[in-house]
Design a protein around this ligand. Structure first.
Ligand code: FES
Length: 98
């Protein structure tokens, strides 16, 4: 039997030390992709919208704290995979909830 491996997670089950790369270490983010990264110590989601615009937002869904970087791009919106809220990145408002 090997040593016990422990993983620290937050209340939603996320690992706070999940190996995110710094913004200046990211490769190209293709259209339609979302990448988890960090801006200093702050977790962020970097996404390339369908329009080609690159956006960086806090990686915390305003609904209930899900990680936006686990979601997907829908046109010029980011959809959180946790409950399906679609977020308009231009103003941060929820524009649709499934
Ligand atoms: S936490 Fe994002 S939709 Fe609920």
């Amino acid at each position: 039997m090997g040593p016990i491996q422990a993983q620290i997670v937050d209340e939603l089950g996320y690992d706070p030390d999940d190996g995110r790369r710094a913004l200046d270490e990211l490769d190209v983010v293709p259209v339609g992709a979302i990448v988890a990264a960090r801006d200093g110590a702050r977790p962020v989601a970097v996404a390339r919208l369908t329009s080609g615009r690159l956006v960086v937002v806090d990686d915390v869904c305003p609904h209930d704290g899900g990680r936006i970087s686990d979601g997907y791009v829908d046109g010029d919106r980011l959809v959180c995979s946790r409950h399906g809220w679609a977020l308009a990145v231009c103003n941060g408002r929820c524009v649709r909830a499934r």
